[in-house]
Design a protein around this ligand. Structure first.
Ligand code: SAH
Length: 248
């Protein structure tokens, strides 16, 4: 079981697989005012940076589930590196339908809401693991500016403009699902650069090391087109943030 190999190639050097910087992750952790020992569940935990740094900085106890074998292994190594291997566990597997045995104080899905079939389904899934008074975290894109055409939306790797909302509408949609938005931390364009531009050097080095790989042609094509695609679409039009929610 694994995610499509192309992501394991292009994001192999990422610690954070979204437009958050280490500073934004720390800001979010501080904003949540978690007590030491708070249990955190993270569906689609990637390389584990959120759980590992929050274990180090805020004393949380974490469980992460991720479908990438590579990212899951990197998460375990990171936990050892930061000296928090006793506090966090990483499970390699499909997080769809995952409900934790022990209820958690923070239930998160940061940039992987397809796991629950979209934002609403993911909130419903996370709510099943949440203790009373707990907080759900959803990391999700929104439009910074509304794309003028569906072609621009496609240039942001969306199917159409209707895939995402503007920020006020996204916030209102959480309310319609019965949740208060109690905190949010938004990514910025510098963070997008860290997420997207970091893939380019990784791709270039991978191509040099793997010229005959079956994905070499695809990676070559991406490296050629990505900087311009990104700068003219995603960087201008797509926002991203993590939203903290509590049931009303
Ligand atoms: N939350 C992490 C990773 C976000 S990228 C971070 O912010 O760094 C999306 C992640 O979802 C990837 O790590 C990918 O491997 C994982 N993923 C995709 N489908 C999944 C599934 N069905 N179950 C668990 N993880 C999944």
């Amino acid at each position: 079981m694994d995610i499509p190999r192309i992501f394991n190639i292009t994001e192999s050097a990422h610690r954070i697989h979204n437009p958050f910087t280490p500073e934004k992750l720390a800001t979010l952790g501080a904003a949540l005012r978690m007590e030491k020992g708070t249990r955190v569940l993270d569906l689609g935990s990637g390389s584990g940076e959120m759980l590992c740094t929050w274990a180090r900085d805020y004393g949380i106890i974490g469980t992460g589930i991720d479908m990438s074998q590579l990212f899951s292994n990197q998460a375990k190594l990171r936990a050892e590196e930061l000296g928090v291997a006793e506090q966090v566990q990483f499970i390699h597997g499909d997080a769809a339908g995952y409900v934790s045995d022990d209820k958690v104080g923070v239930a998160a899905c940061v940039g992987a809401t397809w796991i629950g079939g979209g934002v609403a389904g993911t909130i419903e899934l996370l709510a099943q693991s949440l203790r009373a008074g707990g907080i759900i975290l959803i990391g999700e894109p929104h439009w910074r500016q509304l794309p003028p055409t569906d072609d621009v939306a496609k240039g942001c790797l969306a199917n159409s403009i209707s895939d995402f909302l503007m920020l006020p509408e996204l916030l209102a949609s959480f309310g319609r699902l019965g949740y208060d938005v109690v905190e949010m931390v938004l990514a910025d364009q510098d963070g997008w650069d860290r997420y997207e531009a970091a893939k380019w050097l990784t791709m270039r080095r991978w191509l040099e090391a793997n010229p005959d790989d079956e994905l070499a042609i695809e990676v070559r094509a991406q490296l050629t087109s990505e900087p311009q695609r990104y700068a003219s679409n995603t960087r201008e039009y797509l926002g991203w943030g993590v939203f903290a929610l509590m049931p009303r």
